[in-house]
Design a protein around this ligand. Structure first.
Ligand code: CA
Length: 223
């Protein structure tokens, strides 16, 4: 599991990172909302831990402005009154813990959040003229149905769910099962098939390989 910790108190974020690392959770730290936005645009995270009092804004406003494709958010704040906790949850937080919290409990809450069904996630994903219904697995380009294999659809979903360049590791985790052997060329072959299907449907030049890193979907200017 990889999470983003949005916290401006350096000592606290270092302690939390160390504790979560020891429990097998990888942590990136954003000391303010601006850096958090950059992290979320580039990387894929299973969950976010959000402090509320941040130097460049309030976590509550950030929650309210949230998008459907944001990972689940655990608020970790010193604001402890009933009203404050309810405001956090009603503003879009998926869970709320009051500081100081034990790392064991933070880790347990993260595990609970990330194993929940993805019902809160958008059912329809789209970018440009490409659309995917995540329930029916139906893909449309310019409103015409496009028939894709299961893995091609999974790859498309992995790319639609994240912004910017999506790492090979994130795609492999999303597309292949734990028991699948992923040969080095398997993903490139899969991407080529998806690229061809999209081109047949009129979407040329939208699926790009970033050598040694991963893939992204979109116009070149959006990279
Ligand atoms: Ca703070």
């Amino acid at each position: 599991m990889r999470i983003l910790l949005i916290e401006d108190n350096e000592r606290l974020s270092a302690l939390t990172e160390e504790g979560l690392n020891r429990r097998g959770i990888a942590v990136d730290i954003a000391p303010n909302l601006g850096i958090a936005r950059e992290f979320l645009a580039l990387g894929s995270f299973d969950a976010v831990i959000l402090d509320l009092g941040l130097p460049d804004g309030d976590g509550i406003d950030w929650l309210k402005a949230g998008t459907d494709d944001r990972p689940p958010v655990l608020v970790l704040s010193a604001r402890h009154t009933l009203g404050e906790r309810i405001l956090g949850l009603d503003s879009g937080a998926d869970d709320y813990l009051v500081k100081p919290a034990e790392v064991d409990e933070i880790a347990a809450r993260l595990r609970a959040l990330t194993r929940r069904p993805k019902s809160r996630q958008a059912k329809r994903l789209s970018r440009g003229r490409i659309e995917l219904d995540t329930d029916t697995r139906e893909v449309r380009v310019s409103d015409h149905a496009v028939f894709l294999g299961r893995k091609e659809t999974d790859l498309l979903e992995a790319l639609l769910r994240r912004k910017g360049v999506v790492s090979r590791e994130a795609i492999e985790a999303a597309v292949y099962g734990l028991s699948d052997t992923v040969t080095p060329n398997a993903l490139e072959a899969l991407a080529s098939r998806l690229r061809r299907r999209l081109a047949d449907a009129g979407e040329n030049d939208v699926l790009h390989t970033v050598r040694g890193v991963g893939y992204y979907l979109g116009g070149r200017s959006e990279a």
